[in-house]
Write a protein that binds this ligand. Sequence first.
Ligand SMILES: Cc1cc2nc3c(=O)[nH]c(=O)nc-3n(C[C@H](O)[C@H](O)[C@H](O)COP(=O)(O)OP(=O)(O)OC[C@H]3O[C@@H](n4cnc5c(N)ncnc54)[C@H](O)[C@@H]3O)c2cc1C
Ligand SMILES: *[C@@H]1O[C@H](CO)[C@@H](O)[C@H](O)[C@H]1NC(C)=O
Ligand SMILES: *[C@@H]1O[C@H](CO)[C@@H](O)[C@H](O)[C@H]1NC(C)=O
Ligand SMILES: *[C@@H]1O[C@H](CO)[C@@H](O)[C@H](O)[C@H]1NC(C)=O
Ligand SMILES: *[C@@H]1O[C@H](CO)[C@@H](O)[C@H](O)[C@H]1NC(C)=O
Ligand SMILES: *[C@@H]1O[C@H](CO)[C@@H](O)[C@H](O)[C@H]1NC(C)=O
Ligand SMILES: *[C@@H]1O[C@H](CO)[C@@H](O)[C@H](O)[C@H]1NC(C)=O
Ligand SMILES: *[C@@H]1O[C@H](CO)[C@@H](O)[C@H](O)[C@H]1NC(C)=O
Ligand SMILES: *[C@@H]1O[C@H](CO)[C@@H](O)[C@H](O)[C@H]1NC(C)=O
Length: 570
Amino acid sequence: MGKSTSLSPFYLYLILIILSQVSSFLAADDSVYGSFFHCLTNHTNSSDQTSNIVFAQTNSSFSSVLRSYIRNARFNTTSTPKPLIIVTPLQESHVQGTVICAKTIGIQMKIRSGGHDYEGISYISDEPFIILDMFNLRKITVDVQNEVAVIQAGATLGEVYYSIWEKSKVHGFPAGVCPTVGVGGHLSGGGYGNMLRKHGLSVDHVIDAQIVDVNGRLLDKESMGEDLFWAIRGGGGASFGVIVSYTVKLVPVPETVTVFRVGKTLEENATDLVLQWQQVAPHTDDRLFMRLLLQPVTSKVKKGQKTVRASVVALFLGGADEVVTILEKEFPLLGLKKETCIESSWIESVIWWGDFDNGTRPNALLDRNYSAKFLKRKSDYVQNPISRDGLEGIWKKMIELGKTGFVFNPYGGKMWEIPADTTPFPHRAGNLFKIQYSVNWDDPSAEATKNFTTQASSLYSYMTPFVSKNPRSSYLNYRDLDIGINDFAKNSYEQGEVYGAKYFNSNFDRLVKIKTAVDPENFFRNEQSIPVSPRLQSAAENLLQSSLFQKLVLSLTCLLAFLNNAMLYS
Ligand SMILES: Cc1cc2nc3c(=O)[nH]c(=O)nc-3n(C[C@H](O)[C@H](O)[C@H](O)COP(=O)(O)OP(=O)(O)OC[C@H]3O[C@@H](n4cnc5c(N)ncnc54)[C@H](O)[C@@H]3O)c2cc1C
Ligand SMILES: *[C@@H]1O[C@H](CO)[C@@H](O)[C@H](O)[C@H]1NC(C)=O
Ligand SMILES: *[C@@H]1O[C@H](CO)[C@@H](O)[C@H](O)[C@H]1NC(C)=O
Ligand SMILES: *[C@@H]1O[C@H](CO)[C@@H](O)[C@H](O)[C@H]1NC(C)=O
Ligand SMILES: *[C@@H]1O[C@H](CO)[C@@H](O)[C@H](O)[C@H]1NC(C)=O
Ligand SMILES: *[C@@H]1O[C@H](CO)[C@@H](O)[C@H](O)[C@H]1NC(C)=O
Ligand SMILES: *[C@@H]1O[C@H](CO)[C@@H](O)[C@H](O)[C@H]1NC(C)=O
Ligand SMILES: *[C@@H]1O[C@H](CO)[C@@H](O)[C@H](O)[C@H]1NC(C)=O
Ligand SMILES: *[C@@H]1O[C@H](CO)[C@@H](O)[C@H](O)[C@H]1NC(C)=O
């Protein structure tokens, strides 16, 4: 039997299946669009107007819709994987229909709000995928009386700040400093800005949310339950469902705040400044946030040589006289003078921190245009002050590498008061400051990308002795695929544990339990999502088989294309 030269019925059957899959794969664009559109129409009411929210690859607007929210030029190339379709919901029912239909068709769905993910995972995938693009769902309702705002996921932080300012000059919200960042990713991943020492993270002020779950149900805090509500306040929304809106509590801001920037190079004793900054910044008055930027620059004193510039960029929730008095005493090496301070309203401080020109009107915060650079980011946490010797070694390394800089963000205040398991974001007491590694470039060549990402990795490796260990912690919103990725094959849980422990420390286990309960088949997945519990191995194995199958189909497609070419040229 085994020696028969004819194909066994089983193999014949397999080949037929594969061929039919190959032909459907070749027509994937059309067939996914067709089946998706059909399904969506069936799952939404006729009055819901689904006809203008689904963009096929062949649609003339496809590229511009896709590019509108690409915020890292590294992922704006012809070889960057593209979605088969982009869906741009105008109302909740469109989100519900999209989830149900993507699941029915069996295609991966990526969710994008502001598109600021540093690794582009909201709009890229290695498997066939569609994008659910939330930018139209951007309504913000501010209720000053109750100090509450309801914010849809597609709103930007700039729109949030502007909408609050329209209603009140003495309220604000603690979130990131870049106005184009989206609420969907930012709030579901933690969210911090220059009020974190006084008010903590954005998620510390979330009091309700709306989410579409894997069954297409629209849930609020009460109907989703305590666990899921906990998970989407720092655990990353994309592992659990589609966030439609967050309801947040506003915070009070004084009528007058103060900002300043003071910089010194190594020749101007920047090392002493940084040593003192480590002693002061995490412990001082919690109304004061002093970010420290460290950048390799060309020396003005020593011709042709490089140096490091340390700049303190600050927000004080109070007047200039008061902050000058505090810092004369605590941080004399800064040498802060009142003339260096700028007193302003809170919204003007937002504009100043956003690097807009002096005198820019608040409506600039509504501008969604943004010219994206090529960039790479990484993160670390520092729990013990770095010594003078340590700093001097770091400067040498930065100068040698040439371009990668650091942003040190001091913790303390409210960040140390909130227990590490109150939200999935675990980096609270015990952390002096967070480091962001930052390198930007303009050269689009693959070689430049390799050079600069390698440079950031070298610096990361050099920093090992100075930062948190077991695990070496990272901030989810500073997405970094170097710290581990998931292919959702056999070792999905183990792979997830690698990056999960870094992002969530001991909160990872609870996130896995919640994930397993709300999305056991892992529909909501990405390169660094929360895996399901290993006890649900069978689900994982099904996925393995389907992904192996996809690879088989892909290789066959390539083979066919090759044969086709060979015939053409023979
Ligand atoms: C220029 C710049 C400045 C930044 N500044 C800060 C800062 O000051 N403070 C800070 O904390 N972070 C900052 N970040 C990081 C930022 O918080 C994260 O990149 C954040 O995830 C961006 O959210 P987004 O909606 O714009 O991104 P997206 O790329 O749209 O999404 C990011 C992740 O969230 C998921 N997601 C998005 N929307 C939803 C949704 N509605 N439901 C479920 N999942 C969703 C995506 O699938 C993806 O996994 C900055 C980033 C950039 C590029
Ligand atoms: C339309 O949706 C219903 C469920 O809402 C389903 O039973 C039916 O099969 C769907 N029809 C098509 C053609 O997809
Ligand atoms: C259509 O609308 C009705 C009434 O608003 C609602 O009960 C029903 O669930 C809707 N159907 C779909 C598929 O959304
Ligand atoms: C492109 O898709 C949009 C959204 O579905 C639709 O409104 C538009 O008519 C399409 N344009 C073309 C040229 O097909
Ligand atoms: C992406 O590329 C297009 C075409 O080259 C360009 O017009 C656009 O500005 C780029 N966008 C980003 C975010 O780099
Ligand atoms: C740097 O420190 C040295 C020694 O403390 C001091 O003599 C010098 O004036 C300082 N330089 C500057 C620019 O502050
Ligand atoms: C901005 O301009 C105003 C006057 O137009 C001035 O008083 C203020 O100091 C300026 N701020 C900065 C940062 O230059
Ligand atoms: C933003 O871009 C749009 C479209 O390209 C353009 O019409 C608009 O003028 C730009 N806005 C600003 C403030 O540059
Ligand atoms: C990449 O790095 C190498 C070695 O340092 C250098 O020679 C080359 O010019 C760099 N290329 C780019 C594009 O930056």
